[in-house]
Design a protein around this ligand. Sequence first.
Ligand SMILES: C[S@@+](CC[C@H](N)C(=O)[O-])C[C@H]1O[C@@H](n2cnc3c(N)ncnc32)[C@H](O)[C@@H]1O
Length: 261
Amino acid sequence: MIEEYISNQEFQTCYEKLNGLRSRIARDLPIKPDMHILDVGTGSGFFAIEVAKLDKTLRITGIDISQADIRNARKNIKREGLNDRVEILDMDATKMRFHPEQFDMAINFTGLEDIHMTRGRAGVQKTFLEVNRVLKPKSFFCFVVMPPEEMETQAQKIEVALFSYICDATWLAAKEYEEFLQQANFKLIRKRSYYTGKKLTPEQAKAEIRFTCKTDPKIYGITTPPFEEIWAKFGQDIEEYGLGYYSKVVLIIAQKVNKLH
Ligand SMILES: C[S@@+](CC[C@H](N)C(=O)[O-])C[C@H]1O[C@@H](n2cnc3c(N)ncnc32)[C@H](O)[C@@H]1O
């Protein structure tokens, strides 16, 4: 598998672009005209924007708990001229303030590791139950994850271990997500892998780790180990292999089969 280092020029915008990953995944979603879609853990709104661009009749509601992300998302949506169809709300995925059976589809692009960071494993489980509650019968829940056992290269394996160590942004095994789906009355429809073909250099990795250690405690009130401790544990491997950067992700599509009682 080819996994090139991101150039320093690309590094500035690599999160927003992710080598076209979001638009490739968006095009594979079972979208139909006029859907009202819930984006759970919308972050800066990049996935919501890609999905909204697919069809002018779609409406999207994105939710997040980070004020900084909510501000950025609203700014990005305005820049794309999508304000009339995409809204962002300050809401916790584990305690949604929506009516039952309100949405035609739910999406989540790499947000479940952050929900694990803020609300733990039980929070991820609760999110699945909440998604089921707010979806209309037979609707799809489409989410993008990075299960550790699915990671193929050293750089990818280091990425999932690193952020779990730094801030408990932990990816669960695909089997565990499938168990949560079953418990929340979803049936698994399809799983598909996607690759960016890119990874971070050791210097870019250092900047990324420093950024996480600086911003995440402020935003989420968590503590992270000091940079030196993190580098002592992971630095040598990152120097040798680089650091994965959403290099491989897995799209899971599930369908609501029943109303929960
Ligand atoms: C990796 S980002 C999402 C990326 C985004 N979907 C995109 O397309 O770029 C994960 C987001 O989940 C949010 N998050 C964490 N815990 C949450 C919770 N309990 N409820 C809602 N959002 C949460 C974080 O604030 C963060 O913005």
